[in-house]
Structures are given as structure tokens and as C-alpha cells.
Design a protein around this ligand. Structure first.
Ligand code: ATP
Ligand code: MG
Ligand code: MG
Ligand code: MG
Length: 492
């Protein structure tokens, strides 16, 4: 019988603890502690950033770490690592996931890291070597970074055949924590879910058949504010493997949603819904809309539960704004696609706690608070939705609006006064065969953005940028980075 997820997780920690002398350490909360460069903890290494940089307080416990292992709660829904738009559309990108990792801080380096990883996967977990592909950093002339031939040779010695050993550039094989922070070349292990063939071309090609499972980063640099690379005081190893992806491999499933980390949740959603059970269909929205909704809701309720337990609540700026968007998206899928009653989302929290509470006990401790916060936010959103829908209907029934073009001032007021994300306005109008007066709406956005920036410069208000306006800002050529989540054209 396949290993349950809980055993997959503990076997990882035990392997590094018992066979290779690593110290198990707890996951940090998903709210970053004292690191304004991050919205959420996006990788296992975040909490160790001071060790990489050589700035850890010498009296702290951390300063003595040489080899550690853990399973870290990660959220990738904003900043440099943002997978929000993939969620539900594929079976292997989540907004919340668990990252299994082992670290060497100035201890072992490339050779031991590769050997340990290979032995764990092929001997311990028993994954057939002929299902695995390995990628390494192929260098980047413009950045003055050489190809990582050392790593290539190590893999050849381990026995990976040349045609399964593939060089990639900065995008795939040079890992960076954010716009600034520790970084370095990496080598990654990918799994072919089909097998019995050679499919090197599917590696790093967004194919659901060949999926990246483990990243081994050789930390050597820090990305500075001016974008230059500074050598770190010592070299380190930082690895990260997605637990959900590993479990899907070991349970013989092509989608993470078909593993025991998700099936109880999908089942609980079905019991409250007014639709057929989850059937796992992927692809076109019209065929798989219901299944897509199941996946989005299952993903989002995990993220909401973990974030709220760690003190990030739905709100109006930064990470909290992202969480608000996640909550609203989940509510809409529950109500409109799954035909589930109000209260459904919060009713799933105990299932999340059952699934993850043993390893992250705060989910048990905080269950009631999480339920209350989700219910409150849902009620508020549903009431705005009802008001907004009435406003849209009234506007559409007016004779004086140009046929097919929705007035920008009404769209803007839906956004500003009722808190509708602008892409939700677009979506609702699209469903009605209407589009908004884009030019005029962009003008309103730009006008507001200017006001907001002036206000901020004058320090008179805390202003936040609605993530959903990013495309609008791009169209207008207003400078921003993804992290400009901090500035808003929209004053709450
Ligand atoms: P991908 O290319 O699939 O988006 P990545 O290269 O962005 O993954 P890394 O930053 O290298 O991912 O993170 C290390 C590991 O964490 C990955 O190899 C993968 O197993 C897992 N992982 C990354 N992003 C996600 C996600 N959104 N959901 C689930 N697992 C993830
Ligand atoms: Mg990614
Ligand atoms: Mg990748
Ligand atoms: Mg990667």
C-alpha cells in the first residue's frame, strides 16, 4: 500500500536526522518575522536568512546550526514567487504548501547534498531512477555566471545518464528568495509521471507529466538592492521539496489533489455542495469548471486556515490584502459554482485541522478563531456582492448607456465603495456580454493612483495597491513592481 502523507513527511525528517546527523527544527510561522522584503514565507530557507548572510546573533541557538532538517509552511501568493493564478488550473501549484528541506550551513556542499537526495528518493522512497531527470545551472554570460560543471560531474558519477542531465539558465536554475536576499545556482530533480520513454523536452516546460519535485540550491551570493551579487561569507546548501508533489509521486497520482492530503477535503466540500462529486477533470474551464472550483476551494481553505492561525487576517494591505482576495475567490466558487450555502468555507476548517494539526498544532488551537474570521469576512463580502449585483442590474437596465459598454464611473464605484476587485467586475460583465469603458476606467485609476501617491508622500494615509490593478497599471505604464502591493490607488 502507498505511504500515507504523514509517513512521507516523517520519513524525510528521520532520514536526515538518523542517517546524516541533521537537527530537526520547527516550521516558522508564514508571516515573515522582521523581513519587509517578503509578503509571506515562501521557502524553507527564509527563517535561516541571517545564517546565510552571516548576521545571526552569535548568542542565538541558530548561530550554532550546521545541519538542520524541517517541513516548512510556505505561501506563494505574492511577491517574487506568486502561484495564485495557477491554482486550480494545474494539479501541482498551491498557494499553501509544505516544503521539506535539509540544510548545510558551511558544512557539506554539492557532492554530499546530491548523494543524500538521490539515495533518499531512489533507495528510501523507492522511486525508479529511470523516472527521474536532473537539471543544473548552465551559466549566464551576460550575468558573468559560469555553468555549474561540478554539479554536472557529480550527477554523472552518481549514475545519471547524460541525456537526462539538462542545463538551464537563470530563470529555472538560479534560485533567488526575492528581489534581494540569498541566492545561488541550483540543481533540480524532476519526475516523469508516465515513464517508459525519454521526454527531456518536457522538463521545465509546464507539463503536468514531468514535474519538478526537489530543488537543491548552492547558496553563494546575496542579491543586493542595486541588483549586484555579493559573495556570502560561507557557502551553504538549501534544499526544498514540495511535500504534496512527492506524495503524489509515491501514491501513484498525477495530481496532488488525488492524494490523502486533499481527498478528505474534497469529500467534505462535496457533502456541503449541490453538485456532483469531484472527478479530477483538468483543462478547459467549460468542461472542468466544477472540478476547478473544488481544487480552488480546497487549496484556498488550507491557505486561509494556516495564515489566520499565524496571525495574517484578511485585510486591506500587503499580505492581508492578498488573503482577502483569496477568501473572496473561494467564497465565489463555493456559492456560484459549487452551489454550497453560506458558511461552507468556515465549516471546512476542522477538516484542515484534522489533516495538518498534528504537525502544525496551532491549527487545532486556533480553529474557533479561524472559523469566526472566515464567517465574518464571508458575510461582509456576500452582502457587498448582493449590493453590487443590484447596482449592475440597475445600470444595465438603464436605456441611456451605450449598448455593450458599461460606464466606467459605475465600475469604479463598485471597486471603491463596495470593494469589488476590478477583475471581478470584468468577469461579471463578461458573463453578461458587456464590457467596461476601458479608457475611462484607466483614466480614473491613474487619477486615483496619483492622489494616493501624493497622500503617501505626505504620509497622511496608509495606502495600498489592489493586486488586481496591476494589469491596469501596466497598461498605463505606471511604474511598479509586484511588491508595490504597498501602494494603492484605492483608499479604503
Ligand atoms: P515550479 O517551477 O514548479 O513553479 P519552483 O521552481 O518555483 O517550482 P522552487 O522555488 O524551486 O519551486 O521550490 C522548491 C520546491 O517546492 C519545488 O521543487 C516544488 O516541489 C515545490 N513547490 C514550489 N512551488 C510550489 C507550489 N506553488 N505548490 C506546491 N509545491 C511547490
Ligand atoms: Mg514556481
Ligand atoms: Mg521551477
Ligand atoms: Mg525550482
Amino acid at each position: 500500500p502507498p505511504l500515507p502523507a504523514a509517513r512521507v513527511r516523517s520519513a524525510f525528517v528521520e532520514f536526515f536526522r538518523d542517517k546524516h546527523g541533521h537537527l530537526p527544527v520547527p516550521s516558522s510561522p508564514v508571516r515573515p518575522r522582521g523581513d519587509p522584503s517578503l509578503l509571506f514565507v515562501n521557502a524553507g530557507m527564509n527563517q535561516f536568512k541571517p545564517i546565510f548572510l552571516g548576521t545571526a546573533d552569535p548568542r542565538s541557538e541558530m548561530a550554532s546550526y550546521r545541519r538542520v532538517v524541517n517541513s516548512q509552511k510556505c505561501v506563494r501568493a505574492g511577491g517574487k514567487h506568486n502561484d495564485l493564478d495557477d491554482v486550480g488550473r494545474d494539479g501541482y501549484h498551491h498557494t499553501f504548501f509544505e516544503m521539506l528541506g535539509n540544510w548545510s550551513f558551511g558544512d557539506y556542499f554539492k557532492e554530499e547534498a546530491c548523494r543524500m537526495a538521490w539515495s533518499l528518493l531512489t533507495e528510501h522512497y523507492g522511486i525508479p531512477a529511470d523516472r527521474l531527470y536532473v537539471s543544473y545551472f548552465g551559466g549566464d554570460a551576460a550575468a558573468g555566471l559560469p555553468a555549474d560543471e561540478d554539479t554536472r560531474n557529480i550527477w554523472l558519477e552518481i549514475g545519471v545518464p547524460t541525456h537526462r542531465l539538462l542545463p538551464f539558465g537563470l530563470k529555472d536554475n538560479f534560485w533567488e528568495m526575492g528581489d534581494t536576499g540569498p541566492c545561488g545556482p541550483c540543481t533540480e530533480i524532476h519526475y516523469d509521471h508516465v515513464g517508459g520513454r525519454e521526454v527531456a523536452a518536457l522538463v521545465n516546460a509546464d507539463s503536468p507529466e514531468v514535474v519538478e519535485i526537489w530543488n537543491l540550491v548552492f547558496m553563494q551570493y546575496n542579491r543586493e538592492l542595486d541588483h549586484s551579487l555579493r559573495l556570502l561569507p560561507q557557502v551553504s546548501v538549501d534544499t526544498g521539496m514540495g511535500l504534496e508533489r512527492l506524495v503524489s509521486v509515491l501514491q501513484g497520482k498525477t495530481s496532488n489533489y488525488d492524494t490523502d492530503l486533499f481527498t478528505p477535503l474534497l469529500h467534505a466540500i462535496h457533502q456541503r455542495s449541490g453538485v456532483e462529486p469531484y472527478r479530477g477533470r483538468m483543462g478547459a474551464v467549460d468542461v472542468g469548471q466544477v472540478d476547478l472550483a473544488y481544487r480552488v476551494v480546497a487549496d484556498h481553505i488550507r491557505t486561509l486556515s494556516v495564515c489566520i492561525a499565524d496571525g495574517v487576517c484578511p485585510g486591506m494591505s500587503g499580505a492581508e490584502l492578498v488573503l482577502r482576495r483569496i477568501l473572496r475567490r473561494a467564497v465565489r466558487f463555493c456559492v456560484e459554482v459549487l452551489r454550497a450555502p453560506q458558511g461552507t468555507l468556515a465549516s471546512l476548517v476542522p477538516t484542515v485541522a484534522d489533516l495538518l494539526g498534528n504537525i502544525y498544532p496551532e491549527l487545532h488551537q486556533e480553529t474557533d478563531r479561524i472559523v469566526d474570521i472566515i464567517n465574518e469576512n464571508e458575510a461582509h463580502f456576500l452582502s457587498s456582492l448582493r449590493q453590487g449585483s443590484r447596482l449592475i442590474e440597475r445600470t444595465l437596465s438603464r436605456k441611456d448607456y451605450k449598448r455593450g459598454v458599461f460606464p466606467a464611473s459605475v465600475a469604479w464605484s463598485l471597486h471603491r465603495d463596495l470593494g469589488f476587485p476590478l477583475d471581478l467586475v470584468d468577469l461579471i460583465l463578461e458573463e453578461r456580454g458587456v464590457r467596461v469603458d476601458r479608457q475611462e476606467l484607466d483614466r480614473l485609476i491613474a487619477e486615483n493612483q496619483k492622489v494616493a501617491l501624493e497622500l503617501q508622500a505626505g504620509d497622511r494615509a496608509q495606502v495600498t495597491l489592489d493586486v488586481l490593478s496591476l494589469t491596469a497599471l501596466q497598461r498605463l505604464g505606471v511604474p511598479h513592481t509586484d511588491d508595490s502591493l504597498k501602494y494603492d490607488y484605492h483608499l479604503a
